[in-house]
Ligand binder design. Structure first.
Ligand code: TMP
Ligand code: ASP
Length: 240
């Protein structure tokens, strides 16, 4: 496999073409952003830490029957992934009320939910990722009814795998965001999990103390961001 030109620079990752039209290199940078790219910084070791956490978590998901775009880890900061046509929506599952849901409905952060709550958001920094419903997605053409069903089923399946995985590490999986797409070499096949699963896109609280171990440490200026990401990796058994 040969790495070729840069295709896309996101807020924390850069994507490169390869000599295979159906494979991309995902490069995890040390950049961190919050509030739709308004707050930016660099954190040493973030790229390699997230590349390794992502690979470990995606490996657990594949083993549990959730298809993902990850092909292999190439080096400290890079992974080979399948090229995908991504749906422009973000799938969020919440086990504990926090963040935008707490604000939107005036519910105290930390309120435990009797069952997981699923939410869709439109992926658009310019519009601040607005909450959308299934009719918006279907009628406005962001996804079909079948894709909506698949995204919900897969996102709940991820919860069934990851909630106990983090619980065994003494961590509450509060909420997380997933993105799905179709691999370009199987455009009409089932959806696959794309993007990443790292502490950048979820909330993780120490089950005993409630201490935040995710990107809220950066959003809320709590300090020791990467130290906490690495503690998450250590506790779940992801090799660093
Ligand atoms: P929220 O409380 O801001 O809606 O976020 C819910 C979860 O989804 C939280 O773990 C952060 C994650 N998320 C992202 O990673 N990127 C996003 O653009 C959004 C809207 C949420
Ligand atoms: N992922 C978005 C950003 O980086 C939103 C957030 O995490 O606050 O800007």
């Amino acid at each position: 496999m040969e790495k070729r030109q840069e295709l896309y620079r996101g807020k924390a990752k850069t994507v490169y073409a390869t000599d295979d039209p159906h494979r991309l290199v995902m490069h995890y940078r040390d950049d961190v952003s919050a509030f739709d790219g308004v707050k930016l910084a660099q954190l040493a070791q973030k790229g390699e830490t997230n590349n390794k956490i992502n690979a470990y978590v995606m490996g657990k998901l594949v083993a549990a029957g959730v298809p993902t775009h990850l092909v292999s880890v190439l080096n400290e900061r890079e992974s080979l992934v399948r090229k995908m046509r991504m749906l422009p929506v973000e799938c969020v599952v919440r086990n504990i009320c926090a963040g935008s849901m707490a604000k939107r409905y005036g519910i105290e952060e930390g309120t435990r939910l009797s069952e997981p709550i699923f939410e869709f958001f439109l992926k658009s920094d310019a519009l601040h990722d607005p909450l959308v419903n299934e009719d918006h997605i279907r009628v406005l053409g962001w996804g079909s009814a079948a894709e909506i069903g698949e995204m919900k089923a897969l996102t709940h399946k991820v919860n069934a795998v990851l909630k106990p995985l983090f619980a065994a590490a003494g961590i509450d999986l509060v909420d997380y965001k997933l993105e799905f797409g179709h691999p370009t070499d199987d455009p009409n096949g089932p959806l696959m999990l794309g993007d990443e699963f790292t502490p950048d896109g979820c909330r993780l609280w120490d089950a005993k103390t409630g201490e935040k171990m995710d990107k809220d440490r950066f959003r809320r200026d709590l300090g020791s961001v990467i130290e906490h990401y690495r503690e998450v990796a250590r506790r779940i058994g992801a090799p660093l």
